[in-house]
Design a protein around this ligand. Sequence first.
Ligand code: NI
Length: 186
Amino acid sequence: MAILHIALMGNKILMEKSKQISDPTKPEYKKLAKDMQETLENIGANGLAAPQVHVPERLVVYRIVAHQIPPESNMKPVPWRVLINPIVTPQTDEVKPIWERCLSLPGLHGEVPRYTKVQLTAQQLDGSKIEIKASGFHAMLLQHECDHLDGVLYPMQMIDISTLSFDTELGDSRFYIPRSAEEFME
Ligand code: NI
């Protein structure tokens, strides 16, 4: 088991545009994805982009854990997915602010405007193509992770910087996935 060291905001690797992966089936990517998955499991987090673990290449690992989904929402869990060379295309003009956190800015959260519906195309580790339609929290997560591949951290997308806050000040509202059911219809 390998737990990877996560680069924090200020590290130059997070500001770089990551390289396109020419052969997703190379064993090194399978190992990287497995290590990233173990790193996320270890922290109990949902998503990680390769530059966050010091590899400036276009690879993202994510999932959405069932126990983090509010019971009254219609959101479905998402199993582990590895996205290689992902491209996000908005499916609506609608943009809504949503709370985000990032493993590269531990202890903080902030409100970021994101497209509410997106489509993502990517390659997988076996070289096959995957197409994902996502809305609400899932759509935000995909936009957030793909931003990392272009050297963009969520504070760079914030409009109202006054919402950037320490998690310790949240009190009872420690749950970050919004509860409104309409946010999760897919
Ligand atoms: Ni992040």
